[in-house]
Design a protein around this ligand. Structure first.
Ligand code: UDP
Ligand code: MG
Length: 318
């Protein structure tokens, strides 16, 4: 099978027939063999009824229905598990992404050798409250992930080489950082294609402004797990030791100053009158705690299933 199209959806009943027709037309015009995987993320409207009807008319339409709403990432992940195509395309169900982009995305994966091609909604039809924070979000994501050539990490329209989706786990709200996940799994050839974007025709957006808060927290998590996930002591131990040593030195300085003043006949006061004394103590206490956090982190890693998980590209005579 050439292409699997994975479409996560939550209450998008009005858009689905139009989307399915449009995809089917593009596939037919280009002679692709394909499947459309609709992942119904616990919709409360009649999206699932519509999908059932579409699959009766077109055997390439397949569906999975969650019992409740889990979010876009779990929906994508489930679609990835079941996708059988050589190339996997993801797109939103709301008709904001155009199926006409699929042939070119397919060509970039198969002919140009990209592992992942992300769409770039260069000209967006979304409210300003979304487009401006998005620019900032992408700049930070570029910096943290080191994927310098991407302008639009969270674009719903993306294409993957088939095996890429089998090696990444999209959980929580991590769909915003799939290129980063792919890079962490060792897929380095990540490209971008400018795609057309349309205003939402039916329904309304499923994400509010909390996307930005959560987005930054997730980015911090990814950065940390990528860098120190397997060796937390290198992070907490270094920070903890520095704080402890710094606290120890400054405690000593406070004490020595006191002794010096005592024995040189100057007027002197209690060390507990000095703010430096308290700051030094806090530094030592926090430093110790960070260090212990490092140990606990290491114990957790020792017990984790993913401890010995390495991405193997090929094997020879094994
Ligand atoms: N979506 C989903 N589960 C959710 C929220 C959204 O499957 O909990 C789907 C939604 O139906 C759409 C896609 O994710 O197909 C993108 O959502 P939306 O268009 O609301 O996001 P926006 O375009 O505003 O970023
Ligand atoms: Mg949308």
């Amino acid at each position: 099978m050439d292409i699997s199209i994975v479409i996560p959806l939550y209450n998008e009943a009005e858009s689905l027939p139009e989307l399915e027709q449009w995809i089917a037309r593009v596939m037919k015009d280009n002679g692709f063999t394909y499947e459309i995987l609709f992942i119904n993320d616990g919709s409360t409207d009649d999206s699932w009824e519509v999908i059932k009807r579409l699959s009766r008319e077109n055997p390439s339409v397949k569906g999975i229905c969650f019992r409740r709403n889990y979010g876009k990432s779990p929906a994508l992940n489930t679609g990835f598990l079941h996708a059988k195509g050589k190339v996997v395309i993801t797109m939103d169900a709301d008709l904001q992404d155009s199926p006409d982009e699929i042939p070119e995305l397919y060509r970039m994966i198969t002919a140009e050798g990209y592992d992942l091609v992300s769409g770039w909604k260069k000209k967006r039809y979304d409210p300003l409250s979304k487009t401006i924070p998005t620019k900032l979000f992408n700049a930070v994501a570029r910096k943290v992930s080191g994927i310098k050539n991407l302008h639009d990490f969270n674009c719903g329209l993306k294409a993957y080489r088939g095996n890429v989706v089998k090696h990444i786990e999209v959980y929580g709200d991590m769909h915003r950082y799939i290129p980063f996940l792919a890079k962490n799994a060792g897929f380095n050839k990540i490209g971008e294609k400018v795609v057309h974007h349309q205003a939402r025709k039916y329904g309304k957006t499923k994400f509010g402004l909390d996307r930005f808060v959560n987005g930054y927290l997730d980015l911090a998590t990814l950065w940390f797990t990528n860098k120190f996930g397997a060796k937390p002591m290198h992070f907490f131990g270094l920070l903890g030791s520095l704080m402890f040593v710094f606290g120890l030195i400054s405690t000593a300085v406070v004490g020595i100053m006191k002794l010096y003043h005592m024995y040189s006949g100057h007027a002197y006061s209690l060390v507990t009158d000095s703010p430096y004394f308290y700051l030094s103590l806090i530094l030592m206490v926090l430093g110790t705690q960070l260090f212990l956090t490092g140990f606990i982190g290491e114990l957790i890693v020792r017990n984790s299933q993913r401890r010995n998980h390495y991405e193997i590209e090929e094997e020879l005579n094994i």
